[in-house]
Design a binder for this molecule. Sequence first.
Ligand code: 5GP
Ligand code: MN
Length: 316
Amino acid sequence: MNDLQKKIKSRLQAAQHVLITSHVRPDGDAIGSSLALALALLDAGKQVQVVLSDGIPASFKYLPGTEIIRTKADGEFDLIISVDCSDLKRVGDALNAYHAPDIVIDHHVTTEAFGILNLIEPEAVATASVLTRHMKEWGLAITAPMAANLITGLVTDTLGFRTSNTTPEVLRQAADLMELGADLSTFYYRSLVQRTFVEAKYWGAGLSSLECADGVIWATLTLADRKASGYNGKDDADLINIVSSIDGAEIAIMFVEQSVEKTKVSWRALKPNIDVSQVALRFGGGGHKAASGAELSGNLVEVRERVLAATREILN
Ligand code: 5GP
Ligand code: MN
């Protein structure tokens, strides 16, 4: 075990009251990683709070352990851990009144080392993969409920083992998690395939806005689309995955209106040699070479123009 692993293990073992947090608009990896680690620390006899600023989307409520997720921390903690989150700002309000994380566990290329101990493995497909790799050496045994959460993180961040960073190790990890009791087909279907009627209506609004020019394909979701469809998440309900599967462009972008002055942008590189994290970083966001995001100040129309212009630049 290297020095960092030894230090993480000793902090985990010594802790009594642990706060685990992750990023705003949490996805399958953020939730799955937070819960897997929380359940393991609960099994080890510690008190644990999982605090996600935006709470948990209805679409992930079936995961084991979600009842422990809250939107505000309460009490004192001798260990604060951030998982799947690339910077402190992206934690949202979860750590207001608390100190910065003691341990950061992540897999984003753009991650700032904002913890005291920073376990950042950018080649890992998911934070759930980083945890699956290391939990045993930290003395944390993976049970079936943890395996369900971890396999959900692997499945969602690899879009069902089809992103170009999927390695034999990931498939072996998934196999190990299945042997530990995770029902792959159920968690795959529920996290990646199954959609509600409302989400499908919301997608319809986004798809009807689709445009393609100069190597970029993009779609827009407005607050009015959210209202009309009845969708109450703040995100695109993963519509970006559909937009990215359309042939004929090099980069896909999703614009989601958050308010009159805030717009969420998601980029996906559709060719292996394109790095969209650079353009996301320029706008204060981050992520991976192939998948990045940012929340920009400015109204939808103005942000869309700025982002399309900057994105076209990286194609030239
Ligand atoms: P998405 O576009 O699906 O929200 O996110 C794609 C990737 O970019 C994810 O790995 C996500 O964590 C990262 N990402 C999305 N939005 C932001 C942001 O505002 N800041 C940073 N640093 N990363 C982001
Ligand atoms: Mn992730």
